[in-house]
Every structure is written in C-alpha cells, then in structure tokens.
Design a protein around this ligand. Structure first.
Ligand code: MG
Length: 212
C-alpha cells in the first residue's frame, strides 16, 4: 500500500497560519497595509483558486504599480521569519507516524520547492517519513503520481491520494486508477462533491478507518 499526501491544507494548516501572514506581508509591499485592505484581500482570496490570483485581482482593483505587484507575488514564496511556526492539521503527525511503519508514504506538493520544504521543516514533519517527495512547481501532479507508484512497484489499486484540491490533487489520481480521499480544509472546505471522489474527511485521523 502507498499513501500519497498533499502538503498545503492537508498535512499543514496553510490557510489558517501561513496565508494570513503572507497576505499581510504582500499588502505591506503593495503599500496598502491596514484593516480594510486586508479584509478586502481576504475576501477576494476566499473565492480565488490561488493566493497569487487574489493578489493580482487586488492589484488590478487598486491600480497597484506592476513592480509592486511583482514584489508582492515574490513575497508569497519568500522564506518565513525564523521563529515562524507552521501548524499541522489535526492529527497529521500522528497519522504519518502510524502509517510510516505500515505502508509507503509519499509527498507530492505543488509550489516553490525551497518554500515547500521550509514549511515542512517549520511544521516539524521530518522528510525521512516519506519514501519519496516531489515538488512540481506547476502543480501538475499526474506524472509524479505515476512515477512514484512505478518506482515503489505499487499497483494502482494499492495507491491512495489524500489532498484538499479536487482538480489538482485528486483528479489526476482518479485518472490513474488510484483511490481518492478529499481532505476538506482551507479552500477544499467549500468544494462541491464529485461523484467519483471515494471518501471525504475533515480530520486525517479518519484515514485509519479508510486505508486499513
Ligand atoms: Mg493543498
């Protein structure tokens, strides 16, 4: 058995702890700090597919100069302050520890590789837990899912993918014949149910009843 996890809003609470900090930092760069602007950006972000789309929309609305927008976008994946603590979703570490000795566990997370690894480290999740880690910058996960299953000699029916984004995390898994578990966290909370998604959870501890 192989379980492939997503990172943001699956193993770590990105929406709860990283995004608010990054939105505030990006706003300061765009010269619009303060309450009302932050509330507006948060509202835009809630309905955007990605945080960078929210920044672009905000910049468009407020005629933010291009250079400032680019600097704000760069801030999204810039290193976090040294003492910044990344919070895991409930029972994430427990579930990783539970499965690491029983099955193969892998991580496929889209984003800027150094930033993804920094969040992992700041969350206190050891990279050694995972048999394989892949960080596709364009968030196209399918080739990595396929390669990891092949590398670990797993049959598609023995592979589970758990993530919060149905189109990016689960659809490619479903197309490969893997099992799918939707983690309802962050943006994933509001996603409608797709008939082919096999399981829907709000706490990773529920996995123990599903993948056993
Ligand atoms: Mg995610």
């Amino acid at each position: 058995m192989l379980i492939i996890f997503d990172l943001d809003d699956t193993l770590i609470d990105t929406t709860g702890c990283v995004t608010p900090y990054k939105l505030q930092a990006a706003l300061a760069i765009m010269g619009a700090p303060g309450g009302a602007a932050l509330e507006e950006l948060k509202t835009i972000n809630e309905t955007s597919a990605r945080t960078q789309d929210a920044l672009r929309e905000f910049a468009h609305r407020h005629h933010v100069p291009k250079e400032l927008l680019h600097a704000a976008l760069a801030e999204l994946t810039a290193p976090l302050p040294p003492d910044f603590q990344v919070i895991c979703t409930p029972n994430a570490k427990e579930i990783l520890n539970y499965y690491k000795s029983r099955y193969s566990v892998a991580l496929v997370t889209g984003g800027h590789p150094p930033f993804q690894r920094e969040k992992l480290k700041k969350a206190g999740i050891e990279e050694a837990i995972f048999s394989m880690i892949a960080v596709p910058e364009d968030s196209v996960k399918k080739p990595f899912y396929k390669a990891i299953a092949a590398e670990l000699s797993k049959d598609p029916t023995d592979v589970w993918v758990c993530g919060d984004r149905i189109p990016m995390d689960l659809l490619p898994a479903h197309e490969l014949g893997f099992h799918t578990v939707h983690m309802r966290w962050g943006r994933g909370q509001k996603m409608g149910r797709e008939p082919w998604v096999e399981h829907s959870i709000t706490n990773l501890s529920e996995l123990r009843k599903i993948v056993a």
